[in-house]
Design a protein around this ligand. Structure first.
Ligand code: ADP
Ligand code: MG
Ligand code: ZN
Length: 617
């Protein structure tokens, strides 16, 4: 048990200090209580002067201790010998204190002479105080260590109630299908009888699947907010403990708590951390006992509890394919709710939701921003709005305008502008031609998306310039021609360099990657090659996280795939080169203009392109 080491060590230190404290206390005690011994006559004088306020006589009657108080309020503590037969009680009654009160007299047991009281005061009381203090200290330490120091195996599930999640479906923009599916669950939690009377049972669990940042966690919170029931949330990683068995204990504890609070929602975020397939496919292979035990416990619990009670389990993941099949079996997470990247309308809606918090200029066009952000997630859009607000603040404005938003899009997509970066004029020229190459190839191909912005301002991401291409509308289907045009556009940068400078630079590395990826998927997955027809040659394993593909064909076929991919790219490259060659005059004009301005908009680009056309006709 390694984890106890910390607390144990501090406990030893604590004991050592405690002992020291007790010894010091006992050394001090007699001194503190030591009374100054005075003759009996002196006592009598003080009584007569009204200085004595309290007198105590010991059981033997041969000694007294007394408290005095002078005019200034100074307190004294004395003792004196006394004859046993003296009637102190009646003697003291004849006198008063200075303030005119009777002198208190008692026959108390002097501290030093009684073993019990002496033990009480010198050892027990300080010890109690010490332990009380120590206990508080330990509690504080525990809190700092995440409540883990002494209480093992307790779940870290936090109980959220309606007021605390504070989210409703109104906070989630777009995602209408997901909301609809979840609304059913909310309805069930509101009125379970409606479902019971028909004999329908709700699914025990629903799995939210989608890329990161699309609002899965947000949706789960919104469900709790809408349903107004307790919301237990725990991340899958919290189940994976340092010690084997702890994760399973956590799962058990979580479900115990949940069934006590039913109806309620249990939300397991990033469930793939424990739900990984046990056979190692898609996972890391090899055994992870702890994870496996947690998963087994989860499966058992999900089977064990009565769904009609109203405990609904929501889970989120962006790696559904790695999940254990047993989890997806009916009766467990049989409902699968896709939470996809937002489309054009979805993006606009998300931008609207998030820009409610800021003050927008009245002629801000959120649709244009939504168009320019194809492929971004809700989280990135939220980030863009925030970035725009930050930029407005930087410019000492309270209102966010279109330029702020546009710049924010670039920041999120391409990184911040790199202010200090020095680029030689020669390099700048190359970059300008490269970017115009992309834009021109894109614009000259009818099916290719028009360009909205070209810039040669370097970015922190390392890009020396870029061309922002924006599809007018969200298209879900990619035609073969569109795919080929896209590849040609990717090669346009390099083609321009070749055409103008007769040589080329490393500037096309990213283009090469993207062109290859697209060409490859055309051959292996989209059935867009002549040779392989509709044969699937690759399977995608990480659909939501970039999409790693793994080949499912023989080595011989793999070689042919490579050849086919190469031929597609070569053709596209040639096509791009030819387009640029045909329009070389425009290429020079546009590149010169870009060099001068550093950033040009799509409209300016188009204008220049057509301006040149007219005199020719
Ligand atoms: P996930 O769990 O899918 O990775 P989150 O739910 O954590 O993503 O989303 C992160 C943030 O992104 C949210 O807090 C929210 O600000 C924003 N966001 C994502 N999707 C949406 C959406 N559909 N509507 C509004 N905001 C969203
Ligand atoms: Mg999440
Ligand atoms: Zn490029």
């Amino acid at each position: 048990m390694h984890q106890t080491k910390g607390p144990q060590k501090s406990f030893v230190i604590f004991l050592a200090f405690g002992l020291l404290f007790l010894m010091m206390f006992n050394a001090l005690l007699p001194r503190l209580s030591a009374a100054q011994e005075v003759p009996y006559s002196e006592f009598l004088r003080m009584v007569k002067d009204g200085e004595v306020v309290e007198v105590q006589q010991n059981v033997d009657g041969n000694e007294i201790s007394f408290l005095t108080k002078d005019e200034n309020g100074k307190v004294g503590y004395y003792s004196a010998g006394v004859l046993t037969e003296t009637d102190l009680s009646s003697l003291l009654q004849q006198y008063q204190t200075k303030s005119g009160e009777p002198i208190i007299f008692g026959r108390e047991l002097p501290t030093e002479n009684n073993p019990l009281t002496s033990f009480l005061f010198s050892w027990l009381l300080p010890s109690l105080m010490l332990f009380g203090f120590g206990f508080l200290l330990m509690r504080m330490m525990q809190k700092k260590m995440g409540g883990n120091a002494l209480s093992f195996g307790k779940s870290n599930a936090k109980v959220y109630v309606q007021a605390q999640t504070g989210k409703t479906f109104a906070d989630v923009a777009g995602q209408d299908e997901a909301k609809e599916a979840l609304a059913e669950i909310v309805d069930f939690l509101h009125s379970p009888d409606k479902y019971r009377s028909v004999g329908a049972t709700m699914p025990k669990g629903a799995l939210l699947v989608g890329p990161p940042g699309t609002g899965k966690t947000l949706l789960a919170k919104a469900v709790a907010g809408e349903a107004g029931v307790p919301f237990f949330s725990i991340a899958g990683s919290e189940f994976v403990e340092m010690f084997v068995g702890m994760g399973a204990a956590r799962v058990r504890d979580l479900f115990k708590q949940a069934s006590e609070k039913a109806p309620c929602i249990v939300f397991i975020d990033e469930i793939d951390t424990i739900g990984k397939s046990r056979d190692g496919v898609g996972g890391m292979g090899g055994g992870n006992d702890e994870r496996e035990q947690s998963l087994n416990q989860l499966l058992t619990e999900m089977d064990g509890f009565d769904g009609s009670k109203g405990v609904i389990i929501l889970a989120a993941t962006n790696r559904p394919e790695t999940l254990d099949k047993a989890l997806l079996r009916p009766g467990r997470f049989d409902r699968r709710i896709p939470v996809e990247l937002p489309d054009l309308q979805g993006r606009e809606a998300i931008l609207k939701v998030h820009s409610k918090k800021i003050m927008l200029d009245e002629n801000v066009d959120l649709t244009a921003i939504a168009r320019a952000t194809s492929g971004t997630s809700g989280a990135e859009l939220a980030n863009i709005v925030n970035e725009a607000a930050l930029r407005a603040v930087k410019c000492n404005r309270r209102i966010v305008n279109q330029t702020d938003l546009e710049e924010a899009v670039e920041v999120i997509i391409a990184g911040y502008q790199r202010k200090g970066k020095v680029i030689s004029p020669k390099e700048k020229r190359i970059v300008a031609y490269h970017e115009i190459g992309h834009a021109l190839v894109a614009a000259m191909q009818t099916d290719s998306a028009p360009v909205t912005k070209i810039t040669i301002i370097p970015r922190t991401s390392g890009a020396l310039g870029y061309t922002m291409q924006v599809p007018e509308t969200d298209t879900n289907l990619l035609s073969k021609e569109e795919a080929l045009n896209k590849i040609a556009t990717y090669t346009g940068g390099r083609a321009a360099e070749e055409l103008v400078f007769g040589t080329f630079t490393s500037g096309a590395s990213n283009d090469i990657e993207q062109a290859t990826r697209l060409a490859r998927s055309m051959v292996t997955r989209l059935g867009m090659s002549s040779e392989f027809d509709m044969m699937a040659l690759e399977t995608v394993t990480n659909q939501y996280l970039g999409g790693d593909a793994s080949l499912t064909c023989s080595a011989d076929t793999a070689a042919r795939i490579d050849a086919e991919v190469l031929s597609i790219i070569k053709q596209a490259h040639e096509k791009a080169y030819n387009i640029l060659k045909e329009n070389e005059d425009k290429l020079h004009i546009l590149a010169t203009f870009l060099l001068e301005r550093e950033t040009i908009t799509g409209d300016e680009f188009m204008q220049l392109l057509h301006q040149k056309n007219e005199p020719q006709q």
